[in-house]
Design a protein around this ligand. Sequence first.
Ligand code: G6P
Length: 608
Amino acid sequence: MCGIVAYVGPREATEVLLEGLRRLEYRGYDSAGVAVMNGSGISVRKAVGRLSALEHELAGNALHGGLGIGHTRWATHGAPSVANSHPHISYDGKVGVIHNGIVENYRELKNELLAQGVTFKSDTDTEVVAHLVAREFRGDLKAALAGVLKRLRGAYALALCHVDQPDRVVATRMGSPLVVGLGDGENFIASDVPALLKYTRRVIFLDEGQIAEITRDGVHLYDRELREVKGKEVRTSLTLEAAEKEGYEHFMLKEIHEQPHAIAETIRGRVTDERVDLSELGLDPAVLKGVRRIAVVACGTSLYSGMVGKYLIEHFTKLPTETWSASEFRYADPVIDPSLLVIAVSQSGETADTLEALRICKQRGARTLAVCNVMGSSIPRTVDATLYTRAGPEIGVASTKAYTTQLAAFALLAVGLGRMLGTADAADEARIVRGLEALPAQVKALLTDDIVAVKRCAKRYKDVFNFMYIGRHYNYPTAMEGALKLKEISYIHAEGYAGGEMKHGPLALVEDTFPTIAIAPRGRTREKMVSNVQEVKARKGVVVIVSTHGDEEARELADYLIEIPDCEEELSPILAIVPLQLLAYYTATQLGRDVDKPRNLAKSVTVE
Ligand code: G6P
């Protein structure tokens, strides 16, 4: 979390930095700051809260200069305050630093510096880097940084400037993302590509441990021993338009409405003549036949798509499949050997826990795959092969289109793997392919038809304190994801539960003010879900049912009915989540919440 951006060139650096930070605010928005070199030293402006507070500060107190570094913060060490905001400046006023990540051994380093008489201005882990680099500087900033890196433990993307080398920014990464933007007579550094799109589409994704030195006229890359290395320039296919709200009130609403297109993109070229084609992954059938178990690792919303993925994969491959929260996997001592295939799921490709779980698996010889949305991010660069979700940039902190495209990707992957292993039946494959092809139009219809019902429901229940979401089998994860959406953006407590477990505890909560959202589309568990609804109704509970069009029994039972089009049971989570995303959205907007930037959260979690 935290977003960093740096610029060297003929423009006013603050303008470039603010534009970049605007695109990176999804990474954290506790505070923001910029530092600009102006011939006489480093000048800094910082403000607590959203970027607009920093813009306001700069409006009254502008900074001029063509080299600068900027930061938007998600607090880890030290509360959100002006003192703890980045950039941090060294004790001699010569080094400016911005940081995304955590310096794990900062206490030890801080104590050492304190003993040497250095005074600290903040509670952050980052400030030690500024002071250490100042101590180490002998005329070459990259050499000073390389020296300090030998002492740092943890994850970081860092960018630094020094008063005595006023023409350059030096940056490095280890465990946190960083991209170099290549311009004409100007160059850039950023945590993520959208920050650069207004100026350039030519980028180099920095490798772990590499150091970049940028001036107006050039970019040089080095390894940790300062040997010059060559970076691979790529032309990003992302566009600025894709990173704009385009008339929608919030990114989240725009992204919900982009789902038909995003799903169509995700299956494009991967299904033909009722067959799934995953040849792009380059999987070796012989290697695949050696796989005995599969583990899906992920966090947050990606974890719930992984739970659906488990059901799909087990059904089509007959291989035992586990789903793991990546933060649990790392410390649970799981059995990892070369017969294990690990599938990491991640929108950003940068989630620290998921990345670390993957690294452990790789070290112990497991095969690795990823389902990921961001090209060139760390997770795809770590695994053997990646199935990209092609959802386009997702800016809203609450994940929507990334989730439904992950579900579509899992359907492709499960069927594709099943075919390679000879465990998927051709008729089943054709049925899923037809189902996938129908989805974009079905999601579109859902977005047009059912919004009124969802809005009414949001208005009716926005003031309750608790919600229960229940589902079974493929839609048990839908219950978890629906509840997550509501709690993260409306701050109403919501729980996702397996329908069959209600009677083992949660039924005690049911009373006439307690709404239960039952996800009960056509399929193997529908009848059982109807029984669970009856049990809630018998206790005078309020029930919202998400059911397949034309389910008359559901209509009679429900206090509110939300209908989804008929589809293959395995794909029903893709349709069922859409009204639940909207329910969360309309509840949150009616409560006046900041939908795209919910309190205390960030989109990209690059710390453990
Ligand atoms: C954060 C985001 C979630 C996301 C999770 C995992 O918590 O707010 O929306 O699901 O991280 O992120 P990933 O990028 O790995 O999917």
